[in-house]
Design a protein around this ligand. Structure first.
Ligand code: TRP
Ligand code: ZN
Length: 870
């Protein structure tokens, strides 16, 4: 019965017409904005009609062909088909209603300002157009609006004209010389504070940089501006890429469905990724801003100058641009910390996506609603695939590949195959088998075994690969997997590998077959193997380690990722052990040797605070659920709490000493070492909360920065301390006027560990600072509860699921993209057991029966129902 139809990658057909130039005239009005589009249409294939995309929210007023009325057309809810034309000038006039556009796609109002969001398919909500990324046109845009309320009228490219009109009105004209697909179009009109600066490119051109924020927020825009200048300089240095227009604008808006958007010359940002001051933003917020500003800037080349042929190729720009922003953050800050954090996201969330109903390759085969494919798979796994190419080629050849890619494809809309072909041709390295990473979904699993021959001094390493079947694909083939390894002696020294690169520790093995054995000569004694240095491939890896070996790796591996990872193995092991104990009436136990290694880390005179902060960040309950076939969530959560408490007691002296030390070192600036100490202290406070309430309350009151305020508040919340409610009230009173800061408060409310968490969340829906029409607020409270409060959301009576479904029914029509995003924790049910799955199935059935279910929700609900029924 559904009207939602899927599109398939294999059905790609190049367009019969293209549009070479668009002349837009937009007269802004809250409810009746008038859009006139004059299109220079060119016919590419004879005998076909012109198909334009549209939307039921468009009110068509007039169609002219070469200036003459034309009535040979058909207009439906979502398309306009024009017959009897060839190459021509096509004029379309229509009206739209931005104020009633709550989907935040197309032209809408964010507060008092007009703004647009066109990716992926939002331009069709502004006017009828060939809304597909392989139609590239130059744009001129005339904007007209009242001067009062809208002193700034912005669009892509350069401002070329403007003037005053009667009745307090004015207009401007923008011209973008670079042909672009319409998803990169943007328009913003409003009254802002403007932060201006300049950047001189390597070749000596001056670029005007302008950041627009809500009035009164100028002092919070400086970090974004610094980040932008760093991005521009870094892309010149590392990738040899220079900016190409004379102006680069960034506008911060409060109502936004995602992080930010790379529109040519006019980025639109979620204000969360622009605004920061030490009293309102944490160190993590500062890092997030730097990385998102970088990400959108890097899109100017990887996305805009070279764009996607069709949306199935999304990872062409997103995987590559995430890889680039990760490298940017790594070069500027702390590479191994960045790497570990990326891996945590990948394993904690992308691997779960692979195991659920939404499993898809980084280049999907089948899509109903494109908005549903801005996924961790396309973005994060996509970046891992680029990173593997980088590992296989090395920096120099990788950069040669990038250069060839731009030389071949600048100004074009291309495919993932075009990218790998450029990498292969420039490097001479065969990527034929490697391309399977683009078409095969799922998380490969490596099974590793070894044998040491004391006689011949040979070490045999056997690696087997297997990718489990996923919801979307039941046949899996072997992949080309780079496995970066190091061998350690019992004393923890790195063993030089005969025949391998002597400049580094260990070697990258190329696994291509289902099973391969690698033989290492001249290995004096039985070694300990460190697998996947730097997490060289997005795979799960199994090797039967002894505790002793894992402790050795934690202490001595050259690679910090491997050191961290070995500790994760141990934590997982002890969580499993104690879940078993608790289920069988046993007591909590933890080996001395494990506690001693952690103690040693805290006592190290050369302690690396940022890395130790990661060692002392326990996996979340939601991550731990993935260790079990059928998760006993309450027990897992309780064991996790006991582990924290136990370590807090055993390591009390060492932790207390470091907390004091950190307080002395903290000068509240953004130097990496300072961030590291704040981060370690924040983690240690989470432990301290279990034994010293006064310390936490005091830290809250003494805090000089939002980083430390929030660390103390989080600790009080997690341990549900008696002072918790009072501190929360204090924070609320101070920040209730500031939505972005209140999001942090909503986050804490959402993860409250008490049994009445759901009741509290429900009553907060009526909090004056809360609004379901604001995606940031909604994700901070509802999203956070459903995703991160595992115990309450997955309550066995189904109350959490019922709550989410009520929210989704409200959002289904208002903001389908947001609704579909919030659905995710409900459809990742693989580990939840039969009782919960039965409850989820009922809820999914109710959603599926919604009379006006959006394509966004329909696609995910439908897939979830198929998986739960099979
Ligand atoms: N292209 C954007 C980015 O990765 C993300 C994006 C896609 C987006 N669709 C969106 C942002 C819709 C906001 C709304 O940077
Ligand atoms: Zn992006």
């Amino acid at each position: 019965m559904s009207t939602h139809v899927a599109k398939y990658r294999k059905d790609y057909l190049s367009p019969a017409f293209t549009t070479e130039h668009v002349d837009l005239d937009i007269i802004l009005d809250d409810h009746r904005t008038k859009v006139t589009a004059i299109l220079d249409v060119k016919q590419l294939r004879e005998g076909e009609v012109l198909h334009l995309d549209g939307n039921k929210s468009l009110n068509l007023l007039q169609i002219l062909v070469n200036g003459q009325a034309h009535d040979d057309y058909q207009c439906s809810d979502d398309s306009l088909t024009i017959s009897g034309i060839g190459s021509c000038q096509l004029t379309i006039v229509n009206e739209i209603d931005p104020k009633n556009n709550s989907a935040l796609e197309g032209l809408y109002k964010s507060g008092d300002a007009f703004c647009t969001q066109c990716e992926a398919e939002g331009f069709r909500r502004i006017t009828f157009y060939q809304d597909r990324p392989d139609v590239l046109a130059t744009f001129t845009t005339r904007i007209e609006a009242p001067k009062t309320g809208y002193p700034f009228l912005l669009s892509n490219g350069n401002k070329v004209d403007g003037g005053e009109l009667d009745n307090d009105r004015h207009w401007v004209r923008w011209q973008d010389p670079f042909p672009k697909p319409c998803y990169l179009f943007a328009l913003v009109a409003g009254d802002f504070d403007q932060l201006a600066d300049t950047f001189t490119t390597r070749s000596g051109r001056q670029v005007a940089l302008e950041i627009f924020v809500d009035k009164g927020n100028l002092y919070r825009a400086h970090h974004a501006m610094e980040s932008l200048k760093k991005s521009m300089a870094w892309d010149e240095q590392r990738f040899d890429l220079e900016y190409d227009l004379d102006i680069y604008m960034v506008v911060a808006v409060d109502f936004f469905n995602m992080g930010a958007m790379e529109n040519k010359g006019l980025n639109v940002f979620n204000s969360k990724y622009v605004l920061a001051s030490p009293d309102t933003a944490t160190d993590a917020d500062y890092m997030g801003i730097e990385s998102v500003i970088g990400h959108e800037y890097f899109h100017n080349w990887t996305g805009n100058r070279v764009t996607c042929r069709d949306w199935f190729q999304l990872s062409l720009k997103e995987g590559l641009t995430v890889f680039r922003d990760q490298e940017f953050s790594s070069d500027l800050n702390y590479r191994s910390v960045k790497r570990i954090n990326s891996v945590r996201i990948l394993r904690g969330q992308q691997f779960v996506e692979d195991a659920g109903p939404m499993a898809h390759p980084i280049r999907p085969e089948k899509v109903i609603e494109m908005n549903n494919f801005y996924t961790l798979t396309v973005y994060e796994k996509g970046a891992e695939v680029i990173r593997m190419i980088h590992t296989l080629l090395g920096e120099e050849k990788f950069q040669a590949g990038m250069a060839l890619y731009f030389q071949r494809h600048d100004g074009q809309a291309v495919t993932c195959d075009d990218f790998t072909q450029a990498m292969q041709d420039a490097s001479g390295i065969d990527l034929g088998l490697f391309r399977r990473w683009y078409s095969q979904s799922g998380t490969p699993q490596l099974d590793v075994s070894d044998r040491y021959d004391a006689q011949t001094k040979q070490y045999h390493l056997t690696i087997r690969q297997m990718t489990p079947v996923t919801a979307d694909q039941d046949e899996k083939l072997p992949l080309h997997i780079p496995v970066d390894i190091e061998l350690l002696t019992d004393a923890g020294e790195s063993i030089a590998l005969v025949g391998c690169d002597t400049q580094r520790n260990g070697a990258v093995l190329n696994l291509r077959d289902q099973e391969e054995t690698f033989i290492f000569e001249n290995v004096a004694n039985e070694p300990t193997i460190c697998l996947l240095q730097q997490f060289s491939a997005p795979v799960k890896c199994h090797y039967d380690y002894s505790d002793e070996q894992l402790l050795r790796i934690t202490q001595f591996a050259t690679d910090t990722f491997c050191r961290w990872d070995a500790l994760q193995h141990l934590i997982h092991k002890y969580i499993r052990l104690n879940v078993h104990n608790q289920q069988n009436g046993g007591v909590f136990e933890l080996p001395e040797s494990f506690v001693d290694v952690l103690r040693g880390a805290l006592l190290d005179p050369d302690i690396d605070p940022a890395f130790n902060a990661l060692l002392f960040t326990l996996p979340s309950t939601i991550e731990l659920i993935q260790l079990f076939d059928e998760a006993d969530i309450a027990t897992i959560d309780s064991v996790r709490g006991k582990l924290m408490q136990y370590l807090a007691e055993q390591l009390e002296d060492e932790m207390t000493a470091l907390i004091h030390h950190a307080s002395q070192i903290d000068h509240n600036d953004l130097e990496a070492i300072q961030i590291g100490w704040r981060s370690l202290k924040s983690q240690l406070l989470q432990f301290a909360a279990f034994r010293d309430e006064a310390l936490i309350a005091n830290e809250y009151r003494q805090a000089q920065t939002m980083t430390m305020t929030l660390a103390a508040l989080t600790a009080a919340n997690q341990a549900d301390l008696p002072c918790r409610d009072e501190l929360m009230r204090d924070f609320e009173k101070k920040w209730q006027h500031d939505g972005l800061v209140m999001d942090k408060w909503f986050n804490l409310q959402a993860t409250y560990p008490g049994t009445d968490a759901l009741q509290r969340v429900k009553s907060l829906l009526k909090h004056p600072s809360f609004s379901l029409s604001n995606p940031n607020r909604t994700r901070a409270l509802v999203g956070r509860f459903c995703y991160w409060n595992a115990v309450a959301f997955h309550a066995e009576d189904g109350s959490g699921y019922e709550f989410l479904s009520e929210i989704l029914m409200q959002l289904n029509e208002n903001n389908p993209q947001l609704a579909a995003g919030l659905l995710t924790p409900l459809i990742q049910f693989a580990r939840l057991g039969k009782t919960r799955q039965a409850k989820i199935k009922v809820i999914l059935g109710k959603l599926a029966a919604l009379p006006n279910i959006s394509g966004d929700l329909y696609e995910k609900v439908d897939k979830a129902l198929s998986q739960i029924n099979s």
